[in-house]
Design a protein around this ligand. Structure first.
Ligand SMILES: [Zn+2]
Length: 246
């Protein structure tokens, strides 16, 4: 009995682990989605041996192979300089999932395979449950680093994921109603779009100017929520989607 109460044999001093505090939660609050822009073999080599990494890697074989390269309790190096709702350096507080996909490196966007998405959905659902992750905190690398990154790109199926209860989406009925109204009015000014992007988590300039930096943030928003046109220019549909989003 004395041995049972004195903790684990490897403890440097006797430690009692029989009482657990109620005030605790997971250190993981975000999931960041990426494409690798490399072949599966190169992705595995780079993510396991170089100074970048991710918690999970989904290959493009049939069926895809899912590697866990870093335990969720440890930090992987996938996000880089990043910001979401004012939280910076998301490597510290996120799980990163890399999907083998070449992006637009061949001149056209490569689609994700249905099998990759079928693997991703239960993986993501388990990560979200395990860590209590909020829908708006399932993000694209481009959402948290819009000045540097475009992955996982405009072909990533955010809407399909949202229909599975994974990630934030907008109220489609509200968007339709707001859009009809907006078509009869002048477009809100750039400062309004910048305020909305800030409200929705994005690190966006607030200078009222349509600069390349602001355009990249608008493009990141469009790639996620309105991928049919992600030219980064303010338009009525983008405004309506923003208004229809809590
Ligand atoms: Zn990335």
């Amino acid at each position: 009995m004395a041995i049972l109460l004195s903790g684990c044999a490897t403890d440097p001093v006797p430690i009692d682990r029989s009482v657990h505090a109620v005030s605790q939660d997971s250190r993981v609050r975000y999931v960041v989605l990426h494409y690798t822009a490399l072949s599966a073999a190169e992705s595995l080599r780079v993510l396991s041996t170089e100074d970048v990494s991710a918690h999970y890697l989904i290959t493009d074989s049939s069926p895809p192979h899912v590697y866990q390269l870093v335990p969720e309790t440890r930090r992987a190096w996938h996000a880089g300089e990043s910001s979401w709702y004012g939280e910076i350096s998301l490597n510290d507080s996120s799980v990163g999932i890399e999907i083998v996909n070449l992006g637009d490196s061949t001149g056209v966007w490569q689609p994700y395979t249905p099998e990759q998405i079928r693997m991703l959905i239960p993986l993501l659902r388990a990560i979200v449950r395990r860590n209590g992750i909020e829908p708006q905190n399932i993000v694209a690398h481009s959402d948290i680093a819009p000045q540097r990154k475009v992955d996982p790109g405009p072909l990533f199926p955010w809407h399909l994921l949202a229909r599975q209860g994974l990630g934030r989406w907008y109220d489609a009925a509200a968007e339709t109603a707001v859009l009809a109204q907006l078509r009869t009015e002048p477009l809100p000014d750039v400062g309004w779009f910048q305020q909305q992007l800030h409200r929705l988590g994005y690190d966006c300039p607030q200078d009222g100017q349509m600069t390349p930096a602001t355009r990249r943030v608008i493009a990141a928003f469009q790639m996620h929520y309105r991928p049919s046109n992600y030219d980064g220019m303010p338009d009525a549909e983008t405004a309506a989607i923003m208004m229809a989003m809590k």
